[in-house]
Design a binder for this molecule. Structure first.
Ligand code: GN1
Ligand code: MG
Length: 360
């Protein structure tokens, strides 16, 4: 606490810090809530940026600054009220930058959004709102004047993720390859089909747009009555295929089980959630989506459980160097759950295609 207090003291904040407690369930950064004593002083969120993963903090914060500034401007133009709860607000440190380097770690502070919450699971009604919100998020960023950098190069590039997995298999650093052969074979069987987006892009048929790239349900804030306030966790906002945001939401939101469910019978793809989310997303994104993007939304729904399966498995094989784990087999359990989800998505492909056709 004392160390955290001294870190907070480098930021230009109002009020006296009363306590600092862990917040949220992210797998990458460490997040804390900073509560202030005075009723009229806001509370804050303090985050230690995972510098091993986000190696270019300057670019990271420049991207976030560009995105939040642009969204704030859009909200003002629309005459929205309560803008402070609808877009993240980062505070400068005494260096003038929106991060502070303590010699080892990088830290940043944003306003805590009051009377708002995140969910780990959502019902169809909330999924519909989430669909509208992520579509709006992409629409608002369609004309951002700044050129955003790739904060994690090749983040959602499926060819690159497969290469990482293959490299991990070749090195077999933790001696785990022999126990995961089944999953490696299942992954390879689908590899060509799953790299379709990269191919379409090379052929000039599929554009990159500014996307959020981490649209897990728990990266969205809702107010007391269930309205979406804003999208959080902006570290991975970068140019990508729209499939990123569509697919990654469903990967978490439409999973009837947990991302790391040990009981695979719990894990299935919930078509009610799919339909509600897709309806909302198409309502707000239809105006800018190309036919090739709309046609491939069922592919996107499969791509993200697949990609996450590849990423969790690569991390397991590497000896758990990327994701936070709670027990030694955690990444393998996650791999299995994502693979089960993928199989369920695959079974629902014709139904998804039919539903999308009915929306447009
Ligand atoms: C990570 O930071 P968090 O927990 O929201 C990861 C995502 C994965 C997700 C899996 C920078 O997101 O890409 O989909 O875990 N973020 C990064 O739960 O790798
Ligand atoms: Mg998060």
């Amino acid at each position: 606490m004392k160390d955290l207090l001294s870190i907070v003291s480098h930021f230009q904040l109002q009020g006296t810090v009363q306590e600092i407690n862990p917040l949220g369930a992210g797998l990458i950064n460490d997040t804390y809530k900073v509560s202030t004593l005075e009723a009229d002083a806001p509370d804050y969120v303090l985050q230690r940026i995972n510098h091993a993963i986000f190696q270019n903090v300057e670019m990271l914060q420049a991207n976030i600054n560009a995105v939040t500034t642009h969204i704030r401007k859009k909200l003002e133009e629309k005459g929205e009220k309560d803008i402070e709860r609808k877009v993240l607000h980062f505070f400068p440190a005494d260096t003038g930058k929106t991060y502070w380097h303590d010699g080892e770690s990088y830290w940043r502070v944003m306003a805590f959004i009051p009377n708002a919450r995140t969910y780990e699971t959502v019902n169809p009604e909330y999924s519909y709102y989430a669909g509208v919100a992520f579509g709006n998020f992409q629409a608002m960023l369609a004309d951002i004047p700044d050129k955003l950098g790739e904060t994690i190069p090749d983040f959602h590039n499926m060819e690159f993720r497969l290469k990482q997995l293959r490299d991990a298999v070749a090195a077999d650093a933790a001696g785990r390859v022999k126990e995961v052969r089944y999953f490696l074979d299942e992954i390879e069987r689908r590899a060509e089909e799953m790299c379709k987006a990269e191919r379409l892009h090379r052929e000039g048929k599929l554009p990159k747009r500014v996307c959020h790239c981490d649209t897990k349900v728990n990266n969205m804030m809702f107010d007391e009555s269930g309205n979406v306030l804003c999208v959080i966790d902006l570290d991975t906002v970068m140019p990508s295929f729209v499939f990123s945001d569509f697919g990654d939401f469903l990967r978490s939101g439409a999973n009837t089980g947990l991302e790391d469910d040990k009981d695979l019978a719990n894990v299935n793809f919930n078509m009610e959630i799919f339909k509600a989310f897709t309806k909302g997303y198409l309502e707000s994104a239809k105006s800018f989506l190309l036919p090739v993007e709309i046609e491939n939304l069922p592919y996107a729904a499969a791509l993200f459980p697949y990609m996450q399966c590849v990423r969790f498995l690569a991390d397991y094989i590497n000896g758990d160097t990327y994701y936070k784990i709670q027990y030694p087999e955690h990444n393998l359990v996650r791999t299995k759950a994502q693979f089960k989800l993928l199989q369920s998505v695959e079974e629902h492909t014709p139904e998804m295609q039919k539903f999308i056709a009915s929306c447009i």
